[in-house]
Design a protein around this ligand. Sequence first.
Ligand SMILES: NC(=O)c1ccc[n+]([C@@H]2O[C@H](COP(=O)([O-])OP(=O)(O)OC[C@H]3O[C@@H](n4cnc5c(N)ncnc54)[C@H](OP(=O)(O)O)[C@@H]3O)[C@@H](O)[C@H]2O)c1
Length: 281
Amino acid sequence: MKNPPILIIGKNGKTGMRVNQRLQALGYDTRAVSRSTTPAFDWEDAATWAPAIKGTHSAYVTYQPDLAVPNAESTIKAFVRVARENGLKHIVLLSGRGEEGAQRAEKVLQDSGISWNIVRCSWFSQNFSESFMADGVLVGELILPAADTLEPFVDADDIADVAVATLIEPDHRNKLYELTGPRALSFAQCVEEISEALGRPVKYTGISVDDYINALKEQGAPDDLQWLLRELFTVVFDGRNSNVMPGVEEALGRPATDFKTYVQKTMASGIWDAVMQKQSA
Ligand SMILES: NC(=O)c1ccc[n+]([C@@H]2O[C@H](COP(=O)([O-])OP(=O)(O)OC[C@H]3O[C@@H](n4cnc5c(N)ncnc54)[C@H](OP(=O)(O)O)[C@@H]3O)[C@@H](O)[C@H]2O)c1
């Protein structure tokens, strides 16, 4: 009998996309969903959850906008209940380090009776190329708070490799992996490495959290995004997450990818060129 498809919530996301590609390359059937797919999956519309889950037994789950937001715990609680009622037996949850809200949401899954994995991650290196920090790299100046904080940025390819292993290898069941890169770097150091590789100046400019949030407000950023970024830059980026963790090695038996390798891969992929061409068009 054919195996049921593996559910991926967050089809177009930085890790969901990679998990989907890897599983398909290995010959697994997948059902990758988000708001723009059929069936659709929207964290803000619980009526979309059961139709997306039905017929699947295991899932890779990325929450939006972030497990740190105040209602994440109750949403994950409701989601886990619907998941159980609709036959899901194993959930791999993407989580964030040092976020109290995220850790509460993890606990909901761990206590649910469903078999689980938590993939608890530091900031993704790919935020510099596939997310809000890419624009700063492209215009040559990244303006962000948290000037002196060191972060061991983790490569989304490593996260996807760990997620896939936890989905398809039963030995990993009911384990939490805390994933970081092998080196803690400041934003300024990251930008310097990117600038060197690009062969053009990109600088980091520090800013106070208040000025940063006020600028976002003036640009029309929604209140919840303002709240989330304030939380990330004041609480999560207070230095609590600067330590390097061995999660990638523990899960995969190989070292985590260094930021330098991420920069080289991203250069080779042309992502930074493609966005540059789009901006100058
Ligand atoms: N980025 C990091 O550094 C980092 C670090 C640690 C943990 N995390 C965690 O990773 C998760 C993903 O965050 P991310 O910023 O990296 O985003 P992401 O995985 O890149 O996901 C973006 C995608 O989410 C989908 N989406 C947006 N709102 C949705 C909704 N209401 N319901 C369903 N899908 C929705 C969108 O696709 P559609 O438009 O098609 O819906 C969008 O393409 C979060 O839970 C975050 O806490 C992120």
